[in-house]
Design a protein around this ligand. Structure first.
Ligand code: SF4
Length: 370
């Protein structure tokens, strides 16, 4: 990726074998579904689509609860929780503002439809009375938060939200900002994450955890069923998977796109899909269920007097055009001002309005320089 004057270009990804290590329990479930996505995520020159405002808010709430947990000894008042929430939002908005792909998502209070309700719920749940328990101490009563842990061989590394020691027993809890179930069952990605934590703890401490649990955004607790055998089978399968990919990257570096598994369920939330040729090939073949993304060559671009643009694309019926609405123009103007006839552009997360493509909050326009 290169960025100049607010314009983002897509270029060929480059990856090294060393950058593939370690894998993270929180991401392994999705990494495992498409090895090419995992490889792209470790490349240093790829374009990543911005997270949705709801995802950003989820991260803020997670950080707020972690901060509240750390302050459980002294307690947290409502004004303190509100102040911390607002500081975390300000930090996030500073980061979003620094990227031409996400600056238009600021302020989050406008771009995120659930901002007000989730803020209210999050700060209320971050309030806590002072607790007699303290971090650290002897092993019998220890409680740890955001406990970093790494496998003895360095291949898997994670950070557990909360670990409770009681004698020789270990209980692990992971907090989520939203639902932890889907269709009445615990989400597989979260279950996989917790089982890999259990494998890490057994590897490092020699003790299989007694319990694994999830806490959802409404502060309900869900126990995760597991057996030591399935934990260790998953743990070693994850390492075998990583070894196989490292072997591919070192032996066939020019053929890594063959590891892609394009299908709507994998690609619809993939923030790296602008860089993925197999994805574009699959969408060109007209398969249903993919996001509203377009890759096309600019045939004509016309700047209108009302400060909007109409772009016509080669290969499409001439009546299919692209209009940037005035309200969002500032987010796309640097890219549109650089466009010339014959440029190949990628329009991600567009919206179809009759015979016109339109932008909305999540739309990103990129110039393909591969
Ligand atoms: S777009 Fe789809 S196929 Fe390509 S890397 Fe992402 S998940 Fe994999």
């Amino acid at each position: 990726m290169s960025s100049r004057s607010g314009t983002v270009f897509v270029s060929e990804p480059k990856v090294s074998v060393d950058s593939l290590v370690p894998i993270y329990p929180s991401q392994y479930y999705y990494d495992h579904k498409c090895a090419y996505k995992f490889i792209l995520s470790r490349s240093d020159n790829v374009v990543a689509l911005p997270a949705t405002p709801r995802m950003e808010l989820g991260t803020i709430i997670h950080l707020l609860h972690h901060w509240s947990f750390l302050n459980r000894g002294v307690g947290v008042t409502l004004p303190q929780a509100e102040q911390k929430f607002d500081e975390l939002v300000a930090d996030t908005e500073r980061r979003l503002s620094a990227s031409p792909l996400s600056a238009h998502l600021v302020p989050l209070s406008s771009s995120c439809d659930v901002f007000v309700t989730r803020r209210h719920s999050a700060v209320r749940h971050a309030v806590r009375e002072p607790s007699a328990k303290v971090t650290g101490g002897d092993r019998v009563t220890r409680q740890l938060s955001e406990e970093g842990i790494e496998s003895l061989d360095g291949l898997i590394k994670g950070s557990m939200d909360a670990v409770y020691y009681s004698g020789d027993s270990i209980d692990i809890i992971d907090r989520k900002s939203g639902d932890v179930t889907r269709d009445g069952a615990l989400r597989e990605s979260y279950v996989t994450q917790l089982k890999l934590y259990a494998g890490l703890v057994y590897d490092v401490e020699g003790i299989m955890p007694r319990s694994l649990a999830l806490i959802d955004g409404s502060f309900h607790k869900y126990e995760v069923d597991f057996t030591p055998d399935e934990v260790m089978a998953l743990y070693s399968a994850a390492k075998d998977w990583l070894s196989a990919i490292r072997e591919e990257v070192s032996s066939r570096p020019g053929n890594l796109a063959s590891l892609a598994d394009p299908r709507p369920s994998n690609c619809k939330n993939c923030q790296l899909r602008p860089n993925c040729r197999p994805y574009w090939e699959a969408t060109r073949q007209g398969a249903q269920g993919y996001p509203m993304d377009f890759s096309s060559t600019v045939e004509t671009i016309e700047a209108l007097p009302n400060n909007s643009y109409i772009i016509r694309f080669g290969g499409y019926d001439r009546s299919l055009s692209f209009r940037v609405k005035q309200a969002q123009l500032s987010a796309y103007k640097p890219t549109l001002d650089q466009l010339k006839n014959g440029d190949r552009i990628l329009i991600m997360n567009a919206v179809m309005g009759g015979r016109q493509l339109e932008v909305d909050t999540q739309t990103v326009i990129l110039i393909d320089r591969r």
